[in-house]
Design a protein around this ligand. Structure first.
Ligand code: HEM
Length: 149
């Protein structure tokens, strides 16, 4: 029971951290981004990556060992919907993550990256899409845990 509670806790903690990291990214992405802001965004994206791995790892553990049994989830449309949304979030995060990784050379030299407005709009749009998906995921989770479909 303790193991199950701890795994569930890290599942929720991962979700909260991922959401918080995306908010930090969104609020710091500006045309005249400073070195400090760019570092915050890059750091937030590392936190986001670790949080996503935690969510996935604890989710798999819950499916395999601490939930209602693998068969329950594999035939549950809300679980499958949740996985589909999670994949969409992961795909949406690719472009921002690659962009922030490419900043590292500039950041190490102590230079802020140059950001065009069009690029900021694309990055912000993707992050907003991720945030929206993150608000849908707990709803699907709550339904899947109660309704087998
Ligand atoms: C950002 C992504 C995710 C969020 C926000 C999320 C959120 C949640 C929430 C809020 C619950 C509790 C549901 C309840 O008891 O009312 C839950 C449970 C669960 N999640 Fe996730 N989850 C995510 C990703 C995943 C992934 C990727 C997996 C599987 C690989 C997964 C598998 C599970 C399982 C098995 C449960 C237990 C359901 C039960 O009690 O029967 N989750 N999740």
């Amino acid at each position: 029971m303790w193991n199950s509670a701890i795994v569930a806790y890290f599942h929720y903690l991962g979700f909260m951290l991922a959401f918080a990291a995306l908010i930090v990214e969104l609020f710091n992405l500006k045309p005249d981004i400073t070195l400090e802001q760019a570092k915050k965004v890059a750091f937030a994206d590392i936190v986001y990556g670790l949080a996503a791995v935690t969510i996935l790892g604890t989710g798999v553990l819950r499916v395999l060992y601490f939930g209602k049994g693998t068969a329950y989830y594999m035939h549950n449309p809300f679980f499958l919907g949740k996985m589909a949304v999670f994949i969409i979030v992961s795909l949406l995060s690719l472009y921002p993550t690659i962009t922030f990784i490419l900043w590292f050379k500039d950041l190490q030299k102590g230079e802020a990256p140059v950001l065009e407005v069009s690029k900021i709009n694309i990055l912000s749009g993707m992050i907003k899409g991720e945030l929206l998906s993150f608000t849908i995921l707990p709803l699907l989770a709550a339904i899947m845990a109660r309704i087998s479909g």
